[in-house]
Design a binder for this molecule. Structure first.
Ligand SMILES: Nc1ncnc2c1ncn2[C@@H]1O[C@H](COP(=O)(O)OP(=O)(O)OP(=O)(O)O)[C@@H](O)[C@H]1O
Ligand SMILES: [Mg+2]
Length: 240
């Protein structure tokens, strides 16, 4: 579904991603984990069309999308929940969700989708007319995901869904993501923490210093310490 090859992205002289290969098949939940500054947000922003790559290819459903306009990519079925959620704090939950519906032309279907999404995140129904700034961190994360779902994406990309959330709240967010993936939604999630990754992932990439240092199935990574070792650097290996 998503095929990224030799992707290179730079900010001026700084190379944030170097010849990165990442693949997401339909129905998967692919995780990219890596420490601060690994290039995780850069990767998702580039796929979403917010950054222009310096080299490499990005194909979505067989068509090249590298450097495409964000709105166009959104209409094609790519949605991004950005790092830090970017909800409108002074607007109500309802108004925030309206933003997600803006690209839709099928008004009737939107109402059905909204009902379904409020079923998945009941707290948003409870707080529907309340100001989004009053939601807790976990509720704001749910709102950001709900808003992206209203775009009816085929691939949902989420930048650090667990960031700043208490463990119990992370459980809730991950449970919703698992439910979404089970209904067939393809996920590409980046996380700094490896703690919950194997609860949901089908495959995992470890990104360090803009390069993929490990990729394997979640099943293979479940036994052993390969993921942690790749994340922190193998014993004796100098940290670049
Ligand atoms: N707008 C920018 N201008 C210049 N450098 C940037 C910019 N955004 C990111 N960088 C640099 O690019 C590298 C990758 O950043 P990126 O935000 O993709 O990392 P990340 O893996 O998302 O990190 P984190 O876990 O802290 O969110 C870092 O060295 C960062 O300092
Ligand atoms: Mg980031």
């Amino acid at each position: 579904m998503l095929d990224i090859s030799e992707l290179t992205v730079r900010y001026g002289k700084l190379t944030a991603l170097e010849k990165t290969d990442i693949r997401v098949d339909e129905g998967e939940a692919v995780f990219v984990v890596g420490p601060n500054g690994a290039g995780k947000s850069t990767l998702l922003k580039t796929v979403a069309g917010l950054l222009r790559p310096a080299g490499g290819r990005i194909a979505f459903e067989g068509q090249s999308i590298a450097g495409g306009a964000p709105e166009r990519l959104c209409r094609r079925g790519l949605a991004l929940v950005p790092e830090g959620r970017h909800i409108f704090r002074t607007l109500t939950v309802e108004e925030n969700l309206l933003v997600g519906m803006m690209i839709r032309r099928d008004r009737a279907a939107v109402q059905d989708d909204l009902e379904q999404i409020l079923g998945l995140f009941p707290i948003l129904r409870e707080r529907f007319r309340g100001v989004a700034g009053n939601l807790s961190g976990g509720e704001q994360q749910q709102l950001a995901i709900a808003r992206a779902l209203l775009q009816r994406p085929r691939l949902l990309m989420i930048d650090e869904p667990s960031l700043g959330l208490a463990p119990l709240v992370i459980d809730q967010v991950y449970a919703s993501l698992k439910e979404l993936n089970a209904t067939g939604l393809t996920l590409l999630v980046v996380e700094q923490s490896t703690a919950r990754v194997l609860d949901l992932a089908t495959r995992v990439y470890v990104l360090r210093g803009g390069k993929v240092v490990l990729s394997d199935t979640a099943e293979a990574l479940a036994s052993g310490d390969a993921m942690e070792e790749a994340y922190f650097g193998y014993a004796g290996q100098a940290d670049a």
